[in-house]
Design a protein. Structure first.
Lengths: 187, 191
């Protein structure tokens, strides 16, 4: 794939904003989920579960918008200095991350429904239950939610390491496409 | 002789009652349940009590003659998860070691019309007694009558969910206790 001349040099402002909003959301939701799960039952635990669910659904909504934006707006091409293999790997990881940005909140929502603890956004807006109450099904989705998160964390780590490698070792300006202030700092 | 006359008079007086009225008083445990709905962070959460004893006599045609007492074994609670079950048996909640049962005793039953009735009485939970009103419906199902109703209670009035749990923004004060009691007709007095 050759990079055509009308390809943008960096991501649109909307794409950048959505990327960082989702990133901040994920960086709050995952540690919160890990922390709250092992807490002894208390009002704090109930509050944290509610916040985690509200955050997860908010991220899911942002991810839907982000995906629609992504399929209707062309992202900048990867630098030609990257080998075909590297580009394929980068695209593979990107696709995997998009998939998990859906699977992680959806398995959480499914598990809530199956455990008979529906999601009520901000305590006022009840979301529909995706499936009926069934403890065994709930346990399955609990497991699935956890596994998806571990895979997601692995991909996020690779994503961050790769961006740092490109920025500090290859110095190909890839990180600046998502962090415009880096570009401005240079010039 | 005088006693005999009185007895027969009483017998005559009761005769129309015995013909027209049918009293239901045998609780069918398999078709009866007590569930409750509380709100946690705005999320309705249902639980149930698996063991309770109900002594009820109810005639849909003459509700005012009815009587009801329900004793609920609080340790039989199913609050949705094993850690929730352990928690609600503890001191902050029901303290089932000291207060094993909750009790409702109806002091008056009346018809509201249209198959709707109302039982007013006293609810005792955790050693505290409050007046409650329980609206319910009654419908005849074969040779049984099914009572469906709810008792709204405010948990903090009974000290249920004390300490950190008294924050009603996390667990609402209002709890709906819903009951379904299926009663079959009383066995004939003379066998």
């Amino acid at each position: 794939m050759n990079s055509s001349t009308n390809m943008p040099a960096r991501y649109s402002h909307v794409a950048i904003a959505l990327h960082w909003l989702v990133a901040v959301g994920i960086f709050c939701a995952i540690p919160l989920g890990l922390y709250m799960a092992d807490l002894k039952l208390s009002p704090t635990k109930l509050q944290l579960y509610a916040y985690h669910k509200w955050l997860g659904i908010s991220i899911l909504i942002l991810v839907v918008i982000r995906t629609l934006w992504r399929v209707t707006h062309r992202p900048p091409a990867l630098p030609a200095s990257m080998s075909v293999k590297q580009q394929k790997l980068a695209h593979g990881i990107a696709h995997g991350m998009y998939l998990l940005m859906f699977l992680v909140p959806l398995t959480g929502w499914l598990m809530s429904s199956a455990f008979g603890k529906p999601v009520v956004m901000f305590g006022v807006l009840p979301l529909p239950d995706l499936i009926g109450v069934d403890e065994q099904v709930g346990k399955f989705f609990e497991e699935a939610h956890e596994v998806c998160n571990y895979i997601f964390c692995t991909l996020i780590s690779l994503h961050i390491l790769a961006s740092l490698k490109h920025h500090f070792m290859e110095r190909d300006g890839i990180l600046a496409r998502m962090l415009p202030f880096l570009e401005k700092g240079k010039s | 002789m005088r006693r005999l006359i009185l007895a027969s008079l009483a017998g005559f007086a009761l005769l129309p009652l015995a013909v027209s009225a049918s009293e239901f008083s045998v609780v069918q445990p398999g078709k009866s349940s007590i569930v409750f709905v509380s709100k946690q962070m705005g999320v309705p959460s249902e639980g149930r009590f698996n063991k309770f004893a109900a002594q009820i006599a109810f005639d849909p045609a003459r509700p005012e003659l009815g009587r009801a007492q329900i004793d609920v074994d609080l340790a039989s609670i199913d609050a949705g998860s094993s850690d929730a079950n352990e928690e609600v048996k503890g001191k902050d909640w029901f303290n089932t070691r000291e207060f094993p049962a909750a009790k409702f005793v109806a002091s008056s039953l009346k018809s509201l019309g249209g198959g709707r009735y109302e039982a007013a009485g006293k609810m005792t939970i955790k050693g505290k007694t409050r007046d409650v009103v329980a609206p319910f419906s009654a419908r005849v199902d074969g040779n049984a009558v099914v009572l469906d109703g709810s008792i709204p209670i405010l948990r903090l009035q009974y000290g249920v969910g004390a300490g950190a749990w008294s924050d009603t923004a996390t667990v609402a004060d209002d709890v709906q206790v819903r009951f379904r009691l299926t009663l079959s007709a009383a066995p004939p007095l003379k066998k």
